[in-house]
Design a protein around this ligand. Structure first.
Ligand code: GDP
Ligand code: MG
Length: 176
C-alpha cells in the first residue's frame, strides 16, 4: 500500500517456545503494558499489531502468539507462514525450556523459506533466586545459532520493548 511518503511496512513476527515460558505475557506487556498471573486470560489472542518509527517511516509489526497450541505440539504451518521475525523464548528458571530451543529453531526453519530475524529470549530474569540457565549459556547458544540474545522480564518489564524492537529493526535493515 502506498502512503504519501512511500511504502508501508508490515512485518509478521512469531513468538515460539515451550508452554508457560511467558510468551503471551511478553506480547501483552509490549502491546498493552499488561501482565497476567492467569495464563488462560490470554488464550484466544491471535496477533497484535504494533507501530514504531524507523528512519522516519512507520513500520508495523503483526506479532503472533500461539494461544496455547504449543501444549499439544501442534503449532500449525499457518502460524509460521510469511513470518520474517521470531522470538524464541525460554524460562531462565526451567532448564527443560532452554533444552527445547533447538527443536523450536528446527521447526521454524522447516516452515520458512525466507531469512528470519531471530531473537533468543531468556524470560523471567526477575527470578534470579531460582535461575537454572546462566546468561553465558544463553549467549553461547545464540552465538552458535546466529541469533540475537536478550534476557527479559514480562513481570517487571525489563528489556521487553528492546526484545521486540531489535528484531523489527533487523527485519527493516534486511530489506532496505
Ligand atoms: P506462555 O504459555 O508461554 O504464553 O506463558 P504465559 O505468558 O501464559 O505465562 C506463564 C506463567 O508465567 C504465568 O503464570 C505468568 O504470570 C508467568 N510469567 C510470565 N512472564 C513472567 C516473568 O517475566 N516473570 C515471572 N516471574 N513470571 C512470568
Ligand atoms: Mg500463551
Amino acid at each position: 500500500m502506498d502512503e504519501e511518503n512511500g511504502e508501508e511496512y508490515l512485518f509478521k513476527v512469531v513468538i515460539i517456545g515451550d508452554s508457560a515460558v511467558g510468551k503471551s505475557n511478553l506480547l501483552s506487556r509490549y502491546a498493552r503494558n499488561e501482565f497476567n498471573i492467569n495464563t488462560k486470560a490470554t488464550i484466544g489472542v491471535e496477533f497484535q499489531t504494533q507501530s514504531l518509527e524507523i528512519d522516519g517511516r512507520e513500520v508495523k509489526a503483526q506479532i503472533w502468539d500461539t494461544a496455547g497450541q504449543e501444549r499439544f505440539r501442534a503449532v500449525t504451518s499457518a502460524y509460521y507462514r510469511g513470518a520474517v521475525g521470531a522470538l524464541v523464548v525460554y524460562d531462565i528458571s526451567r532448564s527443560s525450556t532452554f533444552e527445547s530451543v533447538q527443536r523450536w529453531l528446527q521447526e521454524l526453519n522447516t516452515h520458512s523459506d525466507t531469512t528470519i530475524a531471530k531473537m533468543l529470549v531468556g524470560n523471567k530474569c526477575d527470578l534470579e533466586d531460582i535461575r537454572a540457565v546462566s546468561v553465558e549459556e544463553g549467549k553461547s547458544l545464540a552465538e552458535a545459532e546466529g541469533l540475537f540474545f536478550i534476557e527479559t522480564s514480562a513481570l517487571d518489564s525489563t528489556n521487553v520493548k528492546a526484545a521486540f524492537e531489535i528484531v523489527i529493526k533487523e527485519i527493516y535493515n534486511n530489506i532496505s
